[in-house]
Design a protein around this ligand. Structure first.
Ligand SMILES: O=P(O)(O)OC[C@H]1O[C@H](O[C@H]2O[C@H](CO)[C@@H](O)[C@H](O)[C@H]2O)[C@H](O)[C@@H](O)[C@@H]1O
Ligand SMILES: O=c1ccn([C@@H]2O[C@H](COP(=O)(O)OP(=O)(O)O)[C@@H](O)[C@H]2O)c(=O)[nH]1
Length: 951
C-alpha cells in the first residue's frame, strides 16, 4: 500500500455512542471490522461469529498498530472498536476480552494510554461507564489468569485508581475526622458537628492550625491539653475493618413501615461481634440484603445493561438508587423538602432505614452496608457461594447445583461472584486507612484480598475461613475456573486462618500440587505443631496444656510464596464469648422460660426417666439433620423401651431456600419428621410427641433457656465449620450430656485437647452419621447415662470451653507478630546467620523510612521485628559486653568476635524513633537527625563486616 493515506470514511469513530442510543448490533460491528481489515489488507475468514473474528484478528491488528506507519492509526481504530464491544459486554464478552488483552502482549501500557481519552470523553460526554467496565474487566482477567494487568492500566493512566477509590474525598474525610478527634481531646468548645460543607470544614481546620501555632509557645499544665501531631500524620489508632457477607444485624420492615433492627444469627456473627464491639471506631462492612434493582434500565447489549454502581462518590457507602440514578448517601438529610411524587415518597420511606442504621452506629462500632446489583448478589449468594463453594469446600459434591455442569452458566455466575467481591474490595479500600487491619470472612469473599491488593498494596488484609477446606478433586477439574482462582486468591491475603489443622494441611497440599513453583516455608523454630497431640490429663491444672496449645496456634506458622506474594497460614479454632451467654443463665426470666420450655417439650407429666434431646442449627444439609432423623426413627425401632419417654426438640432455622438443593433437602426432612411423629405417637401416652420440629429460630435469651432445659445436646453435622452451638450448650449447662459427631469442628478441637480418649469419653461420639444403628445406640447410651456421670463429663467440657473464650481466637489472629513479615528471634551461629539477620533488619528499616516519608503510619510489627533482632544479637554477646561471638563459617571451628555496640545502640535509637512517630509528640524530632554524617542509617554493621572480610 506504500504511504498512501487510508480511506477511513466509512469507519465509525470508536466510543462515540451515547448511553441512550440503540445498541450496535453484532452484524454492524462485524461489518465495521471487515471494512477495517479490508482497508488494512489483513487476511481473515469471513465468519459471522464476532467472537471468532475478534479472536483471530486481534493479534494482526496489534502488529499493524505497533509498526507506527500510516496504517497504524486505522489499526488502532480497529482495536478500539473491539475494546468498545468488550466493554459493552463485560459478562458475555469476557472470554473475547481475555483473548484481546493477551494479543496486546507487551503493548498494553501504551494502548491504555491511547484509549484513555476516548473512554473518559465518552463517560463524561455520553454518560457511558466504560472506565468502570474496563477496571472490572481487567480485574476479572487478573482473577482468572493470576496475572497483574490492572497495574499496567494504573501505570498508563495516572489517577484512574484514585478516581475509582475517591481518594481525594477520602483524604478530606480523614483529615476532618482527625481534626474532630484532636479538637475533642483538646476540649475545645467549638464543635465541628455543625460543619455542613467542605468549605466550612476547611475553615475549621484553619482555626485549629492557628491555635496549634499559638500553643507551641506556651508551656505548663495547659500544654498537656494541646492538640499534637506525630510525624506520620494523619496518625490514628489501628482499627479493625471487618468485612463479611452476613451483617451482625437482621433488618425487618414492620407493617407500620418502621425498620426493626435485631442481632443477626449464625456462627460468624456470634464470634466476630464481640471482637468488633471492643472499639466503637471499628467498622463492619456487610451486605444488608438491600441491593440495586436495575431491571428497568436493562437493554441487551447496552452499557447500561451491566451498569456499575456509581463510583463518583465521597467514598461513602451507597444505599438507594433514585429515579434519576442518583445515589443517596448513608448520611441522610433530614431537612429534605416534602416528596414531590409517589416514587420520591417511596424512596424517602426506605430512607428511614438510614435513621435506624445511624442509631445503631451511634452506640456501637460502625456498620456500613455494601450495596451491589441485586441480580449479581442473587447469583453470588445463591449460586457460586452456596450452590458451589459451600458444598465443595465441605466435600459434599453431591450438593453442587447441577446447572454448573454447564460451563457457560458457571462462567456467567462466576463473573457475578467476582463483581460482588470487587464491590466489597472497593468499599473496603475506601473505608480503610493504611494502619488498619482489614479482616475478610468466609467463602463468599475469597477474592477480596487479591482485588484489594491491586487497588492499594499498603493494606494489611487477613482472611478467616469459617467452614472446612476439603474440596474434592473435581473442584479443580470440572470447575477449574473457580477452583484455581480460589486457591490463588487465598494466597494474596497477608494472613489466612483455618478452623482446623486438617483444613490447612489440605490447602497446603493443594497449593503444592497445583502451583509447583510455590515456596512453602514452615517456621520450625516456632514449631508447636506437635502440640496438637498434647493431651489434657484428668485432674491436671486442666486448661494449662491446651491454653498453651491454642495460644501457640499463631506461631504454627506456614508461609507460602507464590507469584511474588507471601502469605502466612495459621489455625485458629473459633469460639464464643462466654459472658454473652452466661449473663442470661441466672436471670429469673430465663429460669421461668426454661421451666416453660421443659414443660412444653416433655409434657405436663413426663416419664421420670424421660430425656430431653435438643438440637438447634440452620436448616442445612451439612448439619446432618436428615441423618439424625433417620437415626432417631431407628432409635425407637431398636429401643422401644424409650417410646413414650424421650423427646427430640429440633430447631432447624430455614435459610438459603433460594438454592434448589436446600429446598429439596428441607422439604424431605420435614416429611420424615411428620412420619416419625405419626409412627411413634403413643396411644398410652397421647400427650407425648417424640419429635418437635421447629423451623423458626430463637433469640439468644430463649436459646439459653432451652440449653438449660435440655438433658442432652445433639450436634451431629456431616461436615461443618466449628458448630458453636455445641460450645454454647455446655457453657450454659455444664450438667448436660452431649452427642457430638466427628464432622463438627468442635469435636476435632475437643479430641485434640484430649477430651475424648479411650480412657475418658466426655461426650458420645458419632463417627459415622450415616450408620443409623450405631448412631441410635449413642442416643441410647446418652439416655441411660446417670446424671452424675453426665455432669462430670459436662463439667470437663465446660471448663475447657470457658478457658478458650473467643477473646483468645481474635487476639491470636489479630496479633501483629503473627505474620511472615516479622523477624523472629533468631539463633545466630555463623557469620552468614548474622549477616542475613542484619539484611532483614535493613529491609524493615527501609519500610519504616518509606512509610514515614510518605506520611503513612507504620505497622506495629516493625517494632516487634527490631526488638527480636536486637534480642537475638544480645544473646550472642559475651555476658556483660557487646562483643558478639559466632563461627566465621559453618564448617570452621574458628570463633569470630565483633564489637556490636553501634548496632545495639542503633536498634535502641530506631525503637525510640518508632515510639516517637507513633506518639502524638511533634517536638524534639532533632534527637533523631544525625547531622554529623558519621552514621548511615542501618548500614553501619554491613560496612564493618565487609571491611573485616577484606582484611
Ligand atoms: O448467612 P447465611 O447464609 O444465613 O449463613 C449463616 C452463616 O453460616 C456459616 O457459619 C459458619 O461459621 C461458624 C463460625 O465460624 C461455624 O461455627 C459454622 O460451623 C459455619 O457453618 C457461614 O460460614 C457464615 O458465613 C454464614 O454467615
Ligand atoms: O435459632 C437460633 C439458631 C442459632 N443461633 C445462633 O447461631 C449460631 C450458629 O452457629 P454455628 O457455628 O453452630 O453454625 P452456623 O449457623 O454458623 O453454621 C450460634 O451462635 C447460635 O447461638 C441463634 O441465635 N438462634
Amino acid at each position: 500500500m506504500g504511504s498512501e493515506p487510508i480511506s477511513e470514511k466509512k469507519v465509525r469513530e470508536p466510543f462515540s455512542r451515547a448511553m441512550k442510543d440503540e445498541p450496535i448490533s453484532n452484524e454492524q460491528r462485524l461489518k465495521e471490522l471487515w471494512h477495517i481489515l479490508d482497508l488494512l489488507e489483513i487476511e481473515y475468514k469471513k465468519t459471522s461469529d464476532l467472537h471468532t473474528l475478534i479472536s483471530s484478528v486481534s493479534e494482526s491488528l496489534t502488529l499493524v498498530w505497533k509498526r507506527r506507519d500510516p496504517k497504524s492509526e486505522l489499526a488502532l481504530k480497529g482495536l478500539l472498536l473491539i475494546l468498545e464491544y468488550c466493554l459493552s459486554h463485560v459478562f458475555d464478552g469476557h472470554s473475547v476480552f481475555e483473548v484481546f488483552v493477551t494479543s496486546l502482549g507487551f503493548n498494553t501500557v501504551i494502548f491504555w494510554k491511547h484509549c484513555a481519552g476516548y473512554i473518559f470523553d465518552s463517560d463524561l460526554g455520553r454518560g457511558t461507564k466504560f472506565r468502570d467496565a474496563l477496571l472490572f474487566s481487567l480485574t476479572l482477567y487478573d482473577v482468572n489468569t493470576g496475572k497483574n494487568r490492572l497495574r499496567e492500566l494504573y501505570a498508563a493512566v495516572p489517577g484512574i485508581r484514585k478516581s475509582l477509590l475517591g481518594v481525594n474525598a477520602k483524604q478530606f474525610g480523614e483529615r476532618y475526622h482527625h481534626l474532630q478527634k484532636r479538637l475533642a481531646k483538646y476540649g475545645s468548645q467549638s464543635s465541628l458537628c455543625s460543619v455542613s460543607s467542605e468549605s466550612d470544614a476547611e475553615e475549621g481546620m484553619k482555626t485549629f492550625h492557628v491555635r496549634s501555632g499559638n500553643h507551641s509557645e506556651s508551656d505548663g499544665e495547659e500544654d498537656s491539653k494541646k492538640p499534637r501531631s506525630g510525624l506520620a500524620t494523619p496518625h490514628f489508632q489501628q482499627r479493625v475493618i471487618n468485612v463479611s457477607n452476613a451483617p451482625p444485624v437482621s433488618l425487618k420492615r414492620e407493617k407500620t413501615g418502621d425498620w426493626e433492627i435485631k442481632q443477626g444469627s449464625g456462627g460468624l456473627v456470634a464470634c466476630v461481634d464481640p471482637v468488633m464491639s471492643k472499639d466503637h471506631e471499628n467498622l463492619w462492612l456487610a451486605n444488608l440484603g438491600m441491593n440495586i434493582n436495575d431491571k428497568k434500565n436493562k437493554r441487551p447489549g447496552s452499557v447500561a445493561s451491566e451498569s456499575f454502581p456509581s463510583t463518583n462518590t465521597l467514598g461513602l457507602p451507597l444505599i438507594k438508587q433514585t429515579i434519576a440514578e442518583v445515589f443517596f448517601h448513608v448520611l441522610a438529610d433530614d431537612d429534605m423538602d416534602a416528596p414531590k411524587n409517589e416514587k420520591q415518597k417511596k424512596a424517602r420511606e426506605e430512607m428511614s432505614l438510614l435513621g435506624v442504621l445511624n442509631n445503631y452506629n451511634r452506640g456501637n462500632y460502625k456498620l456500613n452496608p455494601v450495596v451491589v446489583q441485586e441480580d449479581d448478589y442473587n447469583v453470588y449468594y445463591g449460586g457460586i457461594s452456596n450452590g458451589l463453594l459451600w458444598p465443595a469446600l465441605h466435600n459434599l459434591p453431591e450438593y453442587i447445583v447441577s446447572e454448573y455442569n454447564d460451563e457457560k452458566i458457571l462462567r456467567a455466575h462466576w463473573c457475578a461472584y467476582v463483581r460482588v467481591n470487587y464491590q466489597f474490595a472497593i468499599d473496603a479500600v475506601r473505608n480503610s486507612r493504611p494502619q488498619d487491619f482489614i479482616w475478610i470472612h468466609d467463602y463468599h469473599l475469597m477474592l477480596v484480598g487479591m482485588i484489594m491488593q491491586s487497588l492499594d498494596q499498603h493494606l494489611e488484609v487477613g482472611f478467616f475461613l469459617h467452614i472446612p477446606f476439603q474440596p474434592p478433586g473435581e473442584f479443580f477439574s470440572k470447575y477449574s475456573t473457580v477452583g484455581f482462582a480460589v486457591l490463588r486468591g487465598l494466597l494474596r491475603f497477608t494472613k489466612v486462618g483455618f478452623q482446623t489443622h486438617r483444613d490447612r494441611t489440605k490447602y497446603i497440599e493443594l497449593v503444592q500440587h497445583y502451583f509447583g513453583t510455590a515456596k512453602i516455608v514452615y517456621d520450625n523454630k516456632m514449631d508447636i505443631y506437635s502440640g496438637e497431640s498434647r493431651r489434657l490429663k484428668k485432674g491436671n491444672p486442666e486448661m494449662q496444656t491446651d491454653k498453651t496449645n491454642f495460644q501457640n496456634c499463631q506461631s504454627l506458622n506456614f508461609s507460602v510464596t507464590n507469584e511474588g506474594w507471601t502469605c502466612s497460614l495459621g489455625v485458629f479454632p473459633v469460639s464464643i464469648k462466654n459472658d454473652d451467654f452466661l449473663k442470661f443463665v441466672d436471670l429469673p426470666e430465663t429460669i421461668k422460660l426454661k421451666n416453660d420450655i421443659r414443660k412444653r417439650v416433655m409434657g405436663e407429666h413426663p416419664a421420670p426417666d424421660g430425656r430431653f434431646f435438643f438440637s438447634v442449627e440452620r436448616f442445612d444439609y451439612t448439619k446432618g439433620i436428615m441423618e439424625k432423623l433417620q437415626a432417631y426413627q431407628r432409635y425407637f425401632e431398636r429401643h422401644p423401651d424409650r417410646i413414650g419417654k424421650d423427646v427430640l426438640y429440633q430447631i432447624a432455622v430455614t435459610n438459603r431456600r433460594s438454592v434448589d438443593t436446600y429446598r429439596v433437602y428441607q422439604d424431605e426432612c420435614i416429611d420424615l419428621a411428620d412420619r416419625i411423629n405419626q409412627t411413634f405417637m403413643s396411644s398410652e401416652n397421647p400427650s407425648w410427641k417424640p419429635l418437635i420440629f421447629q423451623t423458626d429460630g430463637m433469640q439468644r435469651s430463649e436459646l439459653v433457656a432451652a440449653y438449660l432445659a435440655m438433658d442432652i445436646g445433639v450436634v451431629t453435622p456431616k461436615k461443618d465449620g466449628m458448630n458453636l452451638v455445641a460450645k454454647e450448650m455446655l457453657v450454659c449447662n455444664p450438667t448436660a450430656g452431649l452427642v457430638l459427631s466427628t464432622g463438627a469442628g468442635s469435636e476435632i478441637q475437643f479430641t485434640t485437647a484430649g477430651l475424648y480418649t479411650d480412657k475418658e469419653k466426655n461426650y458420645h461420639r458419632i463417627s459415622n452419621v450415616f450408620d443409623a444403628d450405631s448412631y441410635c445406640d449413642a442416643f441410647y447410651e446418652a439416655a441411660l447415662e446417670s446424671e452424675a456421670v453426665r455432669a462430670e463429663h459436662g463439667k470437663r467440657l465446660h471448663e475447657f470451653i470457658m478457658a478458650n473464650d473467643i477473646e483468645r481466637w481474635s487476639s491470636a489472629f489479630l496479633d501483629p507478630s503473627w505474620t511472615h513479615e516479622v523477624i523472629r528471634p533468631t539463633q545466630i551461629e555463623t557469620l552468614d546467620d548474622f549477616f542475613s539477620l542484619m539484611m532483614k533488619t535493613r529491609n524493615v528499616r527501609r519500610q519504616i523510612v518509606g512509610r514515614v516519608l510518605k506520611g503513612i503510619p507504620i505497622r506495629s510489627h516493625f517494632a516487634i521485628s527490631l526488638r527480636n533482632a536486637k534480642e537475638s544479637l544480645e544473646q550472642i554477646c559475651k555476658p556483660g559486653t557487646h562483643t558478639a561471638e559466632f563461627k566465621s563459617s559453618p564448617d570452621s571451628d574458628e570463633v569470630a568476635h565483633f564489637e556490636i555496640d553501634n548496632e545495639l545502640q542503633e536498634f535502641e535509637r530506631d525503637l525510640s524513633f518508632i515510639e516517637y512517630v507513633q506518639s502524638d509528640d511533634a517536638d524534639n524530632v532533632e534527637q533523631f537527625v544525625d547531622v554529623s554524617g558519621k552514621y548511615e542509617f542501618g548500614t553501619g554493621f554491613q560496612k564493618k563486616v565487609e571491611k573485616k572480610i577484606q582484611m
